[in-house]
Ligand binder design. Structure first.
Ligand SMILES: NC(=O)C1=CN([C@@H]2O[C@H](COP(=O)(O)OP(=O)(O)OC[C@H]3O[C@@H](n4cnc5c(N)ncnc54)[C@H](O)[C@@H]3O)[C@@H](O)[C@H]2O)C=CC1
Ligand SMILES: O=C1[C@@H](O)[C@H](O)[C@@H](O)[C@H](O)[C@H]1O
Length: 345
C-alpha cells in the first residue's frame, strides 16, 4: 500500500527520459524518481545527479528485484518497449510508456493480451498531445457542435531537421504516429485507410530520405485528415492544426508570445523543438499519470491510467503499419482493426 510519494523508476535516460527525470524531480507533485534504469553508465550518472533519491540500475529486472520502484516510466527507444512493458506488467507496476507503444502491431497486441490477462489497466501511452491545452480546447469545440459538424482536419508537423539515424519509415513510426492518435481523438472516429503522397523533394532533405510527404487518413465517420510531414524545414518546430467545420474553422498551434516590430519587420518567436512546444502537455500528462497511479496503488481507483491506453497504442500501431506500406504504394491502404476488447470499452 502506497503511503508516501510514488516511487518512479525511469527506464532509459536519453533525451526524453532525462527530460522526464527533471520534470518528476521538479514540477510534478506526489512522485519521486527512485530508480534510473539505464545501461549507459555515463548517462545514468548524469541523470542520477538530477534525481537525489534514486538508485542506478542497468536493467529493469535488477530494479524490480531490488524493490526500487512502485511505477515505471519507459523512455527507451521504441524497439525495446515491448520487453520493458511485459516485465513491468508481470510485476503489476503502473506504466507510462513513451510513444510508440511498441515497434509493430504484433508486439503491441502481445502487450494488450498481457494487460488483459493481468486484469488491470496499467499501461498509459505517452501520446502527450491529448494533454496540450489547445488540443483539449479544439476537441471540446468540435464535440460541442458550436461551429457545426466537423468536415476535415488539416495538420502540419514540421521538424527543423532530423538525425542521420532517422530513416524513411520513421516519418510514420516516429512522427506521424502522433497524428494517428490525436487526429481520430479530435474527430471522434476511427481510421479506415491511409494514403501517402510524395511531392517535390525538399533540397534540404538528407540524401537517404524522400520528404516532405502528405499523409491522408480517412475516418469511418467520413472525416478526412491530411498531414504535411516535413522534417527539414530549418526555421523551427511547428505543429499546427486547422479544423474545418460546417459553420467555420478553428486553428491551434499558431505562433504566440513576444511580438516585435523592428526594421520594418514584425516577428513572433517560433519553437525550436518539441520540448518547448509541448512543455505543458508533458507536464500535465506526467502529473495525470502520477495521480492515477497513486490512486490505483492506494486502492482508490480500479485502474492506473489517465490517458491513452494500450488499446490506443495498438490501434495506432496498426495505422503506422498501413502508413509504412503506403510510403511505397499508390492509393489508400486499408486499416483493419479487430473489435475493441470489452476490457477497453
Ligand atoms: N512524446 C514525444 O514528443 C517524444 C517521445 N520520444 C520517445 O521517447 C523514447 C526515447 O526516445 P529518446 O529519448 O529520443 O531516445 P534516446 O536514444 O535519446 O534515449 C534512449 C535511452 O534508452 C537507453 N536504453 C536502451 N535500451 C535500454 C533498456 N533496455 N533499458 C534501459 N535503457 C535502455 C539508451 O541507452 C538511451 O540512453 C522513444 O520511444 C521516442 O519515440 C522521443 C522524443 C519526443
Ligand atoms: O515524438 C517526437 C519525436 O520523436 C519526433 O521525431 C517528432 O517528429 C515529434 O514531433 C516529437 O513529438
Amino acid at each position: 500500500m502506497l503511503t508516501s510519494a510514488l516511487r518512479v523508476g525511469v527506464v532509459g535516460a536519453g533525451a526524453m527520459g532525462f527530460d522526464h527525470i527533471k520534470r518528476l524531480s521538479g514540477t510534478i507533485t506526489g512522485a519521486v524518481v527512485s530508480a534510473v534504469i539505464e545501461p549507459d553508465e555515463d548517462r545514468r550518472d548524469i541523470a542520477l545527479a538530477h534525481a537525489p533519491e534514486a538508485q542506478g540500475f542497468a536493467s529493469v529486472d535488477e530494479a524490480i528485484a531490488a524493490g526500487a520502484l512502485d511505477a515505471a516510466l519507459i523512455a527507451t527507444p521504441g524497439q525495446f518497449h515491448e520487453a520493458g512493458l511485459l516485465t513491468c506488467l508481470q510485476a503489476g507496476l503502473p506504466i507510462l510508456c513513451e510513444k510508440p507503444l511498441t515497434k509493430d502491431p504484433e508486439s503491441s497486441w502481445r502487450v494488450v493480451e498481457a494487460e488483459i490477462a493481468g486484469g488491470k489497466k496499467l499501461v498509459q501511452v505517452g501520446f502527450m498531445r491529448r494533454f496540450d491545452p489547445e488540443y483539449e480546447q479544439l476537441r471540446e469545440l468540435i464535440a460541442s457542435g458550436r461551429v457545426g459538424e466537423l468536415l476535415m482536419i488539416h495538420a502540419v508537423h514540421r521538424n527543423p531537421s532530423v538525425p542521420d539515424s532517422y530513416d524513411q519509415p520513421m516519418l510514420i513510426n516516429d512522427s506521424v504516429v502522433h497524428e494517428f492518435d490525436v487526429g481520430p481523438w479530435l474527430a471522434g472516429g476511427s481510421v479506415t485507410s491511409v494514403e501517402v503522397r510524395h511531392g517535390r523533394r525538399n533540397p534540404n532533405t538528407p540524401a537517404h530520405l524522400k520528404e516532405p510527404i502528405l499523409v491522408l487518413m480517412e475516418l469511418d465517420n467520413g472525416v478526412l485528415i491530411d498531414v504535411e510531414m516535413n522534417v527539414s524545414v530549418r526555421f523551427g518546430y511547428q505543429v499546427a492544426t486547422e479544423a474545418v467545420m460546417a459553420d467555420g474553422i478553428a486553428r491551434i498551434g499558431q505562433p504566440s508570445g513576444l511580438q516585435v516590430w523592428q526594421n520594418a519587420t514584425f516577428s513572433i518567436p517560433e519553437h525550436a523543438d518539441f520540448t518547448t512546444r509541448f512543455t505543458q502537455a508533458y507536464d500535465r500528462q506526467v502529473q495525470a499519470w502520477v495521480t492515477a497511479a497513486r490512486r490505483f496503488l492506494t486502492g482508490e481507483a480500479a485502474e492506473a491510467v489517465a490517458g491513452p491506453s494500450a488499446w490506443d497504442g495498438y490501434r495506432v500501431a496498426v495505422c503506422c503499419a498501413a502508413g509504412v506500406t503506403a510510403l511505397d504504394r499508390s492509393g489508400p491502404v486499408p486499416v483493419e482493426l479487430p473489435p475493441v476488447p470489452e476490457f477497453y470499452r
